[in-house]
Design a binder for this molecule. Structure first.
Ligand code: NAP
Length: 259
């Protein structure tokens, strides 16, 4: 991967779900730009080890932290250790999420609760903690990862769409609350990117999804990470409360096959 032209050497970042999939690409991009990165993961220790080894080989500063973002005590501990290691928290990327499809009438309450806890309460807990540090610093960038399905809805994704729609609303509210402290809060909506999150989606459904993308291909994790780099870098200093779709145009296709 080429060196970045965005210089984040004065920044420290927390990326949730930062050890695999889209989050890993984001953690790598930020580290390559010079940021000191804490990547939070839930259970896949092998992915965390791989990221640590990659960073060590590249001479970059990346810490990995095992935590459940839906648990307040976990989140507090992650930020305590991040601040102890790196001194500041300038960037937060709320990327961690889970997906479990079921038609709403059949959805178990425990599945609904879990999706909302990880995908919406998690970003709230992380943002609340990060903002306390950012207010002291009088600067900060928060990027929340939502989904086109938050905009159009999708069959089988009542909980996922609701969690991501809630996260978009949280983005806008936080942007209003903290703008005066120099803290910018934005959201991105990746299109379909083939990660572990889609491992249970049948090939015929994926093919249908692909055919519904105006650009006729899926996205790459690095293409999502490039947008995050823009939103946390110096060229987006007057953008807050906005949603950037990096989706090959799929969000233009209404309530059809979007994830
Ligand atoms: N892939 C897509 O097509 C797509 C489309 C639109 C939006 N998105 C969004 O993009 C983001 C990244 O998706 P992805 O496809 O890269 O997902 P992924 O490959 O499934 O990775 C999810 C990451 O989140 C972490 N995570 C899950 N639950 C957690 C918890 N409770 N606490 C802490 N970390 C937790 C996982 O940790 P472990 O590795 O330890 O499990 C993993 O690192 C998500 O917000 C997703 O909704 C994805």
């Amino acid at each position: 991967m080429a060196a970045s032209i965005v210089d984040l050497r004065d920044s420290a970042a927390v990326v949730t779900g930062g050890t695999r999939g889209i989050g890993r690409a984001i953690a790598e991009r930020l580290a390559l730009a010079g940021a000191r990165v804490t990547a939070v993961f839930r259970s896949e220790t092998r992915a965390a080890t791989e990221l640590s080894e990659w960073a060590a080989a590249a001479g970059l500063q990346v810490r990995v932290e095992q935590a459940d973002v839906s648990r307040s005590e976990d989140v507090e501990a992650v930020f305590d250790r991040h601040l102890a290691a790196y001194g500041t928290c300038d960037i937060l990327v709320n990327n961690a999420a889970v997906l479990k499809d079921a038609l709403a009438p059949m959805m178990k309450l425990e599945d609904w609760d879990r999706l909302l806890a990880v995908n919406l309460t998690g970003p709230f807990l992380c943002s609340r903690r990060a903002i306390r540090a950012m207010i002291r610093q009088r600067r900060g960038r928060i990027v929340n990862v939502i989904s086109p399905s938050a905009l159009s809805g999708r069959i089988g994704q009542a909980a996922y769409s609701a969690s991501k729609g809630g996260l978009l609303s949280l983005t806008k509210t936080l942007a209003i609350e903290v703008g005066r402290f120099g803290i910018l809060v934005n959201a991105i909506a990746p299109g379909v990117v083939r990660t572990e999150m889609l491992k249970d989606v049948p090939e015929d459904v994926l093919a249908k999804l692909r055919s519904n993308v105006p650009m006729e291909r899926f996205g790459q994790p690095g293409e999502i990470a490039d947008a995050v780099l823009f939103l946390v870098g110096p060229d987006s200093g007057y953008i807050t409360g906005q949603l950037l779709c990096i989706d090959g145009g799929i969000s233009l296709m209404g309530a059809a096959e979007t994830r």
